[in-house]
Design a protein around this ligand. Sequence first.
Ligand code: SF4
Length: 473
Amino acid sequence: MDAIWEFTDKEIKANRRVFEERTGLYRKKGLDLLKAREIILKRSGKLKGKILEIGTGRGVTALALARAGHRITSVDNDRGMLKVAALNLCHEKLLSKASFRVMDAYSLEFKDRSFDNVFVVEALHHLYDAERFFGEVDRVLSDRGKLILADFNTKGKAIIGHVHLSEGRKHKISPLGKREAKSWLIGHGYEIKIYDEDCHWVIIAEKTLKERRKLGKGIYEHIYGPVPSWRLGASLGIDPISSDRKMCNFDCVYCQLGRTKGRVSKRKTFIAPEKILEELKCLPPVTIDYITFSGTGEPTMAANLGEMIREVKKIRREPVAVLTNSSYLCDRSVRKALLPADLVAVKLDAPSEELFQKINRPARGLTLKKVIKGIKAFRREYKGKLALQMMFLEYNFFEASEMASLARDIGADEVELNTPLRPCAVKSLTRKEMEDVKRHFRGSNAISVYEKEKNKVRPISDKETMRRRGKKI
Ligand code: SF4
């Protein structure tokens, strides 16, 4: 919500006096804050569309923009500073040009692509997490939007430090500066121009989709989608295995990736988490409801899955899901690795050992009893959303009642009743048959594949998506 201000003349005049004293003091030391804004505005070129300022401070930039005739939204996490800024604009009868809001720069309360221009002036040196901050800026900036980033250079920092010291204070400066900003922006497909001014550096960065596409071409090897998932919405896949052939200890009759050639049971590290993070950092702006670990086999076979989940959660805001065949849940270390995920969907397709062997065709030694024991142990330990995914086919259609009683026994938060609608080796059940199945699941919060609409989503790489999704996205 916008901050609403009502000021007395006395307050406005007193604030102006302090503002003039302060800018005058800096000017005497060689740092002209007002002139610097004029230069920054000149470097920004023509500003079309909506303007956001992150880091209002005393409102020097807001004032310059308002004087130039622009309307702006300006955010700062310090309400006191916003009041000072509002008083400064009020003095020049420009308060109606600005809307001030208390907000955290790492968590902007705006929709994706809400602004065409984002100003960040003398604010970067107060921030420490470049990834989160630039990620937020990038999210709220429109396609082809402009980022105007400026901060003190060595001379500017020295003057600020000196003034603060003379007032008995220490000016805290983070390690983030021109170099870090430049590397993030270029790495994310921005076209940038850099200007070195007297006490500031200025970067004018334009978000160009063309550059992003070039950057993205051929670089996505471990992430794919987003795909339209009936359970998860727009699901961006992460493949922690990323192998040329399917790596799984099951050989499900309905697997869309075809037959498993040599079921593997040993868990190992397939790829380093950094590879995934690098690709995630190059993502163009896409709508993602879930980031889902799945792909060319059973994701819990990746011995470093837990580390990957934790690292992804550090740089992305979306909830993380893992789709597993449940076979490794009897292993305490696998259960522990899954704990940070927001949603874990565990597979259970059979109520008897005979059907388990027929439908899932597991690796030798793997029994249904062991799988169910693992799921129940995980249910007890896991605090996130547990979904039980059950695939229905001709094989287990008449076992729906037993499957439902197993589901009740496990007590998952949601039961996902599926039948293979995507191309595979077996026939799917009809809508009517699935309705019959669902009747057995009353009271279990069950959802069926036929009931859910899939939204249209556009994958970032068709090739990598098809590799994990079979013949159809
Ligand atoms: S568990 Fe998944 S990847 Fe493995 S065979 Fe079954 S459907 Fe395919």
